[in-house]
Design a protein around this ligand. Structure first.
Ligand code: AP5
Length: 323
C-alpha cells in the first residue's frame, strides 16, 4: 500500500497484526526497471492518489483498524501486487483490511416507563459519542416553548397516552436529519412506540443497526418513577434511593417531571404494553433484550459489550482486497 508522507513515499505492508515499511528510495534502479517492464506502468514511482490513516494505537474501538483510501480499486490492487513481489519485505500471506472509514452507529433503545432508557443513554453517549435523541425530551422542549404543538402534546402526556404522529414523527425525523446525527451517529430513545412510527422511520430511510430493549419487572418501575428527580442545570437523572444527588447544592435544585406520579406512570405503562409487541416484531433481527433490573453499571456493561461487538464486526470485515 502506498502512502504519501512529508518526507518520502512509503510502502506499507500489513501482514496479520504486524506492519513493515520501506521507502521508495530503498528500491534499486534495477528493481524499478523490472517493475516497469512487468507492469507496463510508466510512472510506477510517482506519488499515487491514495491516503492511509492508521490509528492502531488509539484506545477507541471505533478507530481501531480504520483506514481510508482515495485511490480507485484497480490502482489499489495493482500496487498491492507490486509490493508483494519485493523479496525484502514479503511474508507468505498478506491481507489488506478495512479500506473504508467505519460508519457511525445508529442505535435505538426502548423499554417501559422508568426502565432506565435515559440513564443508559447518558452512559452510552459518554462512551460512544452518539447524538442522543429522546422523543420525550423533544416533546418536553416543545411544551416549554409554549407552541400549539406543545400544548396539544401535553394533553396526551398528562394522560400517559402517545402523542399523535402528526406532532412526533416530523419532530424526530428533523432531529435525525441534522448534521451532527449524520456525522456522529444517533441513539434514538423512546421512538418508535407504534408500528406507524416504525413504518414512517423506515420510509424516511432511517435503518438502525441495533435495537436495545430494557426489561424490568413492573413493580420496580413504579418505584423508579416516583423516586426520580432531574437536575435542571446538568440534565442528569437521579433517584432519591438508587442514585441520590452527590451534594446538598444539587439536591436543593432537583425537580420532578409532571408525569412522574404513580397514577400517571401506570397509565404510561398500560400504553407501553399495548404497543410494544407491534414495535418489537418490526425489529426482530436486530433486537437485543437486556436485563434492566440490575445496577445501572451492570446494565451498561451488557449494552457496552453488544456495542463493542458490533463495532468489532464492522472493523474486522474487510471491504475488499484479499490476495
Ligand atoms: P418519556 O419521557 O420517554 O418517558 P418514558 O418512556 O415513560 O420513560 P421515562 O423517561 O419515564 O423513563 P426512562 O426509561 O428514561 O428511565 P430513567 O433512565 O429516567 O415519554 C414521556 C411521554 O411522552 C410518554 O408518556 C408519551 O406521552 C410521550 N411520548 C414519548 N415518546 C413518544 C412517542 N414516540 N410517540 C408518542 N408519544 C411519545 O430512569 C428512571 C428512574 O430509575 C431514575 O430515577 C433513575 O435514576 C432510576 N434508574 C435507572 N436505572 C436504574 C437501575 N439500573 N437501577 C436503579 N435505578 C435506576
Amino acid at each position: 500500500v502506498w502512502a504519501s508522507t512529508k518526507k518520502s513515499e512509503q510502502l506499507v505492508l500489513l501482514s496479520g497484526p504486524s506492519i513493515a515499511t520501506t521507502t521508495t528510495s530503498s528500491l534499486s534502479e534495477r528493481e524499478r526497471e523490472r517493475e516497469k517492464a512487468m507492469t507496463g506502468c510508466v510512472n510506477s514511482i510517482s506519488p499515487p492518489p491514495m491516503t492511509f490513516h492508521s490509528h492502531l494505537s488509539s484506545p477507541s474501538p471505533v478507530s481501531r483498524s480504520s483506514f481510508s483510501f482515495s485511490g480507485d480499486s484497480v490502482h489499489s490492487l495493482y500496487r498491492f501486487r507490486r509490493v508483494t513481489r519485493s523479496p525484502s519485505v514479503i511474508s507468505p500471506k498478506f491481507q489488506i483490511v478495512a479500506a473504508e472509514k467505519a460508519k457511525p452507529l445508529k442505535i435505538m433503545i426502548s423499554g417501559a416507563p422508568a426502565s432506565g432508557k435515559g440513564t443508559q443513554c447518558e452512559l452510552i453517549t459518554q462512551k460512544y459519542g452518539l447524538v442522543h435523541i429522546s422523543a420525550g425530551d423533544l416533546l418536553r422542549a416543545e411544551i416549554a416553548s409554549g407552541s400549539e404543538n406543545g400544548r396539544r402534546a401535553k394533553e396526551f402526556m398528562e394522560k400517559g397516552q402517545l402523542v399523535p404522529d402528526e406532532i412526533v414523527v416530523m419532530m424526530v425525523k428533523d432531529r435525525l436529519s441534522q448534521k451532527d446525527s449524520e456525522q456522529n451517529g444517533w441513539l434514538l430513545d423512546g421512538y418508535p412506540r407504534s408500528s406507524s412510527q416504525a413504518t414512517a422511520l423506515k420510509g424516511f430511510g432511517f435503518q438502525p443497526d441495533l435495537f436495545i430493549v430494557l426489561e424490568v419487572p413492573e413493580d420496580i418501575l413504579i418505584e423508579r418513577v416516583v423516586g426520580r428527580r432531574l437536575d435542571p442545570v446538568t440534565g442528569k437523572i437521579y433517584h432519591l434511593k438508587y442514585s441520590p444527588p452527590e451534594t446538598e447544592e444539587i439536591a436543593s435544585r432537583l425537580t420532578q417531571r409532571f408525569d412522574d406520579t404513580e397514577e400517571k406512570a401506570k397509565l404510561r405503562l398500560k400504553t407501553h404494553n399495548q404497543n410494544v409487541t407491534d414495535v418489537l416484531s418490526m425489529y426482530d433481527d436486530i433486537t437485543i433484550k437486556i436485563e434492566g433490573n440490575r445496577s445501572k453499571g451492570e446494565v451498561f456493561s451488557q449494552i457496552d459489550t453488544a456495542l463493542s461487538e458490533l463495532l468489532q464486526q464492522r472493523n474486522t470485515a474487510p471491504s475488499s482486497l484479499l490476495s
